[in-house]
Design a protein around this ligand. Sequence first.
Ligand code: ALA
Length: 617
Amino acid sequence: MTANELRTKYLEFFKSKGHTIIPSASLIPENDPTVLFTTAGMHPLVPFLMGQKHPAGQRLTDAQKCIRTTDIDEVGDANHHTFFEMLGNWSLGDYFKKEAIEWSWEFLTSPEYLGLHKNHLAVSVFAGDNDAPFDEEAFNIWKGIFRKNSLPVERIAKLPKKNNWWGLATGGPCGPDTEMFYWVGPEKAPASFNDDNHLWVEIWNDVFMQFNQQDGKLEPLAQKNVDTGMGLERALAVVNGLDDNYKTELFWPIIEKIEELAGKKYNASPETTRAMRIMADHIKAAIFMLAENLKPSNTERGYVLRRLIRRAVRYGKQLGINGVFTFKLIEPTLGIYKEVYSELTNNKDFIEEQLVREEEKFGKTLEKGLKELKRLIEAALAVSTRKGFVPPPAAGPSSMGLAGQGRLLGREVFDLFSTFGFPMEMTKEIAAERGLEIDEDGFWREFKNHQEISKAGSEQKFKGGLADTSEQTVKYHTAAHLMLAALRQVLGDHVFQKGSNITAERLRFDFSHPEKMSSEQVKQVEDLVNEQIQKDLPVVCEEMSLEEAKAKNAMGVFEQKYGKRVKVYTVGDPERVFSSEICGGPHIERTGQLGRFKIQKEESSSAGVRRIKAILE
Ligand code: ALA
């Protein structure tokens, strides 16, 4: 099945159920300053989910262009993308769970539509918690369908909020959801669904939006809505029996072009595959952004665009591609989408001009910058080795402690940014490949200083995305302290930080713990952290000697890497300290500024080390 066929079948199916087909909205949200890009099909429809009347009626369906940067670390695997299309159908206060679920089932399994094997399907529903009850209605509807089709009801999983609840990070309409999974493994589908098994691929999500979330509180919405989302790229792979979205026609022509440019095959090695996927993903996303007249810059959306292009260029060089090349991926991308998104063809000249300009600009400093970065990395490693630090053998999060050894200084990272145009995130990634962390806080301090100087010096404004990002990362930094303390309370004193990675959108945190956390424990940790946030506790910084810090039981790795005097950040009353850590900072002043803390994922990182991804809403 081609992508165009799949898209059309979806829209026609819902049209036959009384839905009006509406066009995709822009990638740049209108009237919503809280996010940079449209991240889901429902995003442009928020006012209508809240009760405003939609001119096209109460039943809508569309294919929406989306950009998600929160998953950027995952891009490079078989099924995560920065740009993707989301197929969706909406009930704005019209039908609810029964119709939504029955139609999903019909579309997935009917031979006239996707004709998927029934016994390769599993679903999950919301298990319930203190905020909202178990979604018994959705469960019973599925049970009826599964019984009728002689399928095991064990394939209907009941899962907690982190799996089966959906809403935007910024609040607004939300509710329990039911997700549909397709078994892509070579052997028979197991009798029951297992959330940890990646061979169960999520293909569709029906969200029952019946709440409004504001300031962390849930209020019932005036109308009950349905918001569904099916990722076109994944669905196309599944329907065609492919285990890799990049092998579908939505990517393959771009990959073939990259193969030709690199003189290498896609499957030459795992590194080659990953690099080609990242290039194809990033340049496709960049082309869609440029088609909406965005330009690369150092702020907000423009900065995201710049990062994507520069990261793709770096991977291209790694593959051995010479000269300016990203514009050569325009032709195959246009070929894929020309019948659907005319803005690409209409803006072809602008897209080409901008890609070439950005790549040439970066190309001038890339080689020199890489050389300089290599030198800095070697120097940092040499110092660390003298101190007895052994760098981890492979790429990935290092297990280093907090400051100094195995780290690039903030000043160095900033110089790479200002002199060679290296986005901070790129330096971080390259350093991580050698097992080094960077001092991100130090980078932001330099960044802010520079802002002052340039404002005073040349009246030049250098504001926006990067600076905003810094506030957000400081919040996540404080949240990481609270979470470590909470993990130790819930799981025990064997828990130590093994690494952390913070972006403006989320916190990733590795810690020592031998087994998967139960959903109960995840909830307890979330609650403990949110309790501290609600108490609006002061975050106090004190300088003291290492001896004093140890005596106060401050967390930290006690090695010579700390200066004689250290900074200790403490949260809580002097009598009831909640968290105390040796750390360079910076941190926010009071926990009340954090919003609401939510764990999105808890998974294995390596032997004896677990990884949590968490967000602040
Ligand atoms: N809004 C839901 C999602 O993006 C359907 O998964």
